[in-house]
Design a protein around this ligand. Sequence first.
Ligand SMILES: Cc1cc2nc3c(=O)[nH]c(=O)nc-3n(C[C@H](O)[C@H](O)[C@H](O)COP(=O)(O)OP(=O)(O)OC[C@H]3O[C@@H](n4cnc5c(N)ncnc54)[C@H](O)[C@@H]3O)c2cc1C
Ligand code: FES
Length: 270
Amino acid sequence: MLNDRVTIVSQERLAPGIEKITLLAPEIARAAAPGQFVNLYSDEKDKLLPRPISICEVDPERGLLILIYAVVGKGTAEMAAKQAGDTMRVLGPLGKGFPLEEAERAEEVLVVGGGLGMPPLLYLCRRLSELGVCRDKLKIFLGFRSEAWMGEEFAPYGTVFMASDDGATGFKGNAVQCLQLHVQQKSQNQSAARVLYTCGPLPMMEAIQTAFMDDPNMSLWFSLEERMGCGFGACAGCPAQLRMPDGSIKREGVCKLGPVFSGKAVVFHE
Ligand SMILES: Cc1cc2nc3c(=O)[nH]c(=O)nc-3n(C[C@H](O)[C@H](O)[C@H](O)COP(=O)(O)OP(=O)(O)OC[C@H]3O[C@@H](n4cnc5c(N)ncnc54)[C@H](O)[C@@H]3O)c2cc1C
Ligand code: FES
């Protein structure tokens, strides 16, 4: 795990309030796995807590780490003000990523991203492709509020379905509605083993859980976001509620045992 100051290679605005930052961080780029995240630290003493951001892509050969983030408060505004050549403190890679073995065995792999949950799924799709998950098997559903700010990057790895709340991009509706249409159209093959990976807003993941909870042929993997303190299991600040096989509910730290959990075990409301 690297804990160091790294240099910013570039910073690019993808859409108003959405930034793509490329960092020179060879150790993280080499050690990372899809679904993991990094902690970014502020230079200002009044912002001691790190800002966790998912790894969107890595280029191990060139030592590059790529992150996409929304500017929502002081910490991300400070990041957005940085330019190529500036430095920042980064810790990572952190957490446990997506389990990939099931995808190799499944007959269909579904990837569903909403909003800022989409970027880490790009790295996931590339790794799945490298592991031999062919384009025909991988279906990618991306949900936007309006105009798309990413999407083409996914095309080499699978069939991409875009959805937007206002219809400006692709299907008018959300990514889960788009996914359900696809699944219904393929209903003649309901017994096919499928695995679904998702990252995005909680209501989106809850809708996926509701739709597929009782489907014995569908495995669900959710990447959760929680407010975090330390980011590595030291402060008990980021609990997720998970239903155990005996029906009891256990609280697990999202930062250390997640952020990826079995989607059928996640408890959204007590
Ligand atoms: C594992 C993990 C991965 C993440 N990956 C990404 C990513 O790839 N891209 C991205 O844009 N954001 C991501 N986030 C959210 C990101 O960490 C927060 O948006 C960021 O820390 C906000 O910092 P700030 O100082 O700018 O805002 P603050 O001033 O701290 O907060 C501004 C607003 O953002 C909300 N917020 C702050 N932290 C979180 C959080 N952890 N989860 C949800 N809402 C939060 C606050 O409730 C508030 O409404 C991730 C969070 C986690 C836990
Ligand atoms: S953020 Fe400290 S334990 Fe998870």
